[in-house]
Design a protein around this ligand. Structure first.
Ligand SMILES: Cc1ncc(COP(=O)(O)O)c(C=O)c1O
Length: 436
């Protein structure tokens, strides 16, 4: 997998021009009490570029139709779906656009996939998940286990870094394992998991692998071929697009697995997985968002091109764009972590060592002695700084950290349109709230 760590030290590279990137996002101009609001609620959903908003309108005025009709708006809709599949294949470096399945969100897609995979499993078969999962990558397997008499095993973590215990995880993957379902990045602690190694372990025992890339999506380039996963699920509302879920599945599997669908529907992949009518306007928005991310690659990504041999055109631009974003975001993590470390009574749940920033995305969870997370989030919200609090559906993790009764954590979730100035404003507000 490409690592842009070395890129961070390169002095000749033009840093991501943030003012230009921010300019694409009209909602960043929103004000509260005469000040621009600060969006640190990104892990729950990101803001979208103007091009994405415009694409919705353009779809409704020029293409609005169902698929397969003998007239122009329907033909445009068919072409749009094909274009969205091709663009997502570029985004994920999928070899074939037929490996891209669209659905309403990751959770719904994963429940549907679980039902299909269940037809290949027998009582006593095992599924491995980790303590770092969002419940959307746990509940589908627990409910399937309940239906079929399967066993779900949960990989442990180290605390407070919230990194996987790889040795223990490896020991859980055995001949009995049929699926390993693992998050690319934790939506609470920001940990990036070594998904390529974990998928290789699954392959060694003949198990399938599913990567939940919902949280990782906005933070770095993704390459399903380098990861070696069988499935990868993500959601475009987390990477500057509309509310839409996307599944990558290896073509051979999408073709051979049984899909639950209505009877006259196509038997071919990916159509057999897309039950009902898709949100065509969202697909139009998705294409526009991916165009925006490709623009970031065109404007700022040239220096990263050598990390993606064999890629060209939009595929390369998307990957170099996300590589530039990744490098910029590491600077944000560094600043926020240093600022938090200087505050008394603040505990960081996740990787905080300067040397390990390549192993995390800039999603930072904290607790503060004497202050409940919901109180902090409310007071920050009053100041126009949007954070989140609670368990974020990461039940195993919040339980493991012993924070369930304490109200979970306060989560500060940064993306590339956030700035060092916003971090400083947040730190100032937090200092004031906790009286530091
Ligand atoms: C890591 C992770 N996985 C899965 C989900 C569920 O995604 P969706 O809302 O698309 O169902 C989320 C949502 O926050 C998430 O953060």
């Amino acid at each position: 997998m490409p690592d842009t760590a070395s890129a961070a030290s390169a002095t000749t590279r033009r840093a991501l021009d943030l003012s230009a990137a921010r300019h694409h996002f009209p909602s960043l101009a929103l004000e509260q009490d005469g000040q621009p609001v600060v969006y640190f609620d990104n892990p729950a959903g990101t803001q979208v570029p103007q091009a994405c908003i415009d694409a919705f309108g353009a779809y409704y005025t020029g293409s609005n139709s169902n698929t397969g009709g003998a007239f122009v708006t329907s033909r445009r809709t068919d072409a749009l779906i094909a274009e969205a599949r091709a663009a997502m294949a570029d985004f994920l470096n999928a070899p074939d656009a037929r490996e891209i399945v669209f659905g309403p969100n990751m959770t719904t897609i994963t429940f549907a996939l679980a039902r299909s995979l269940g037809r290949t499993m027998n009582p006593g078969d095992e599924i491995v998940v980790t303590t770092l999962e969002h419940d959307a990558n746990v509940a589908p397997w627990l409910t399937l286990a309940d239906d079929l008499g399967l066993v779900v095993r949960v990989a442990e973590i180290a605390v407070p870094d919230c990194t996987l215990d790889m040795e223990q995880l490896r020991s859980l993957i055995t001949e009995r394992t049929k699926l390993v379902a693992v998050a690319y990045a934790s939506n609470v602690a920001g940990t990036i998991n070594d998904v390529a190694t974990i998928c290789a372990w699954a392959r060694e025992v003949g198990a399938l692998s599913l990567v939940d890339a919902v949280h990782y999506g906005p933070h770095g380039p993704m390459d399903v071929q380098a990861i070696g996963c069988d499935f990868l699920a993500c959601s475009s509302y987390k990477f500057f697009g509309p509310h839409l879920g996307i599944l990558y599945g290896r073509l051979e599997l999408l073709e051979s697995l049984y899909a639950y669908k209505v009877r006259p529907a196509h038997d071919e992949a990916p159509a057999k997985w897309e039950t009902g009518t898709l949100s065509h306007e969202c697909l139009a928005g998705l294409v526009a968002t991916l165009d925006y991310l490709a623009t970031v690659g065109r404007d700022h990504g040239a220096a990263y091109a050598e990390q993606f041999p064999g890629m060209s055109g939009r595929r390369l631009e998307l990957h170099t764009g996300l590589a530039a974003i990744q490098e910029y975001e590491r600077g944000l993590s560094r600043r926020l972590l240093a600022g938090l470390a200087a505050l008394p009574g603040v505990h960081i749940w996740g990787i905080s060592a300067e040397g390990d920033l390549t192993q995390r995305v800039p999603t930072i969870s904290i607790t503060v002695d004497g202050h409940r997370p919901e109180e902090l989030a409310a007071q920050l919200g009053e100041r126009g700084i949007f954070t989140w609090e609670g368990n974020y559906y990461a039940l195993y993790l919040i339980q493991r950290l012993g924070l369930m009764d304490a109200g979970g954590t306060l989560r500060i979730g940064l993306v590339h349109y956030n700035t060092p100035d916003e971090i400083d404003r947040f730190l100032g507000a937090l200092r004031e709230i906790i009286g530091a």
